[in-house]
Design a protein around this ligand. Structure first.
Ligand code: GLP
Length: 245
C-alpha cells in the first residue's frame, strides 16, 4: 500500500511508472501491453500521460492496450461508452496506433459474446500477457465489472451489474433506468495474470471499501479482496481513501 498526500500527486507517480515501463521496453525493442480502466479515478493519470506525450515526446507507438470492460449493450459512439471515455481522455491525444486499442465490444449479438471473450483472452496471451494492469474500485468492491460473486479464476465474460453499481452510474445516464443491466468485463483471473497490478482509489468515499479490500477476509463477496493473494499488487491511495486502514 502506498499513500500519497493527494490524488494528483499519486496520479503523477502512477503515470511516471507507466512512462518508465514504456520507455524501458521501447529501448529493448519490445511492445508494452497495458490493461486500462475507466471511471473518474484514472483520469488524472491519463491527463499526465497526455502531457508527457505533448511536452516530452513520450511515444505510445509501441503500446498495445486492453480495456477492462464495457457496458452491454453499448454503442461506441454513445456519450457513456467506455470507448468514448478512452478516446476523450487518452487515445485522441496520443500517437497510439488505433489498431492496438482493444475495448470489449458492446455492439455484439448475444450469441457472439462468448467467442469475442475467448478471442480477447487469446489476443492478450499471444502478446505475452499484460505488463501492467490499472484498476479503480467500485463501491461493491468490484474490479473491472467483476461484481460480488465473481470467481477468482474468472475470464473475460458477460456479467450482470450490481444494483449499487447501476445507482452509481445513474448520473452518467440521466437515471438508473437507462443504465445497462449487463457488461462485458475481463475476469479476476485475467487481471491476476498481469505482471503488475496497480489499484488506485481517492477520497473518503472509497475509504470503507478500501479497508475491506486491503484488510478484510478474502471472499467473493468483495472481489477486490482476491488481490491480497497476489504478490504483484500495489494499492495506490490518497490520505482520505487510506483513512480507515
Ligand atoms: C466503473 C468501472 C470500474 C471503476 C469503477 C469506479 O464501475 N467499470 O472499472 O473502477 O467504475 O469508478 P470511479 O473511478 O468513477 O469511482
Amino acid at each position: 500500500v502506498s499513500v500519497y498526500s493527494d490524488a494528483k500527486t499519486a496520479s503523477v507517480a502512477v503515470a511516471n511508472r507507466i512512462a518508465k515501463l514504456i520507455k524501458a521496453k521501447q529501448a529493448r525493442g519490445e511492445k508494452t501491453v497495458l490493461g486500462l480502466a475507466t471511471g473518474a479515478t484514472p483520469v488524472a493519470v491519463y491527463g499526465e500521460l497526455v502531457r508527457r506525450h505533448k511536452e516530452e515526446g513520450l511515444s505510445f507507438k509501441n503500446v498495445i492496450t486492453f480495456n477492462l470492460d464495457e457496458y452491454y449493450p453499448m454503442k461506441p459512439t454513445a456519450a457513456q461508452s467506455y470507448v468514448t471515455f478512452m478516446y476523450e481522455n487518452l487515445f485522441s491525444h496520443i500517437d497510439i496506433d488505433k489498431n492496438n486499442v482493444h475495448i470489449p465490444d458492446g455492439t455484439l449479438d448475444a450469441d457472439e459474446v462468448v467467442a469475442f471473450c475467448v478471442e480477447y483472452e487469446r489476443k492478450i496471451e499471444e502478446l505475452g500477457g499484460l505488463d501492467l494492469q490499472i484498476l479503480g474500485i467500485g463501491r461493491t468492491g468490484h474490479i473491472g465489472f467483476n461484481e460480488p460473486g465473481s470467481a477468482p479464476n474468472s475470464g473475460t465474460r458477460m456479467v450482470t451489474l450490481d444494483d449499487l453499481t447501476r445507482r452509481d452510474a445513474a448520473r452518467d445516464f440521466g437515471g438508473k433506468a437507462d443504465v445497462p443491466t449487463k457488461a462485458i468485463t475481463m475476469g479476476i483471473g485475467t487481471i491476476f495474470k498481469a505482471r503488475e497490478i496497480i489499484l488506485m482509489a481517492w477520497s473518503k468515499k472509497k475509504a470503507q471499501i478500501i479497508k475491506k479490500a486491503v484488510e478484510g477476509e478474502i471472499s467473493g463477496e468483495v472481489p477486490a479482496t482476491y488481490l491480497q493473494l497476489s504478490d504483484n499488487v500495489e494499492f495506490v491511495l490518497d490520505v482520505e481513501a487510506a483513512s480507515d486502514l
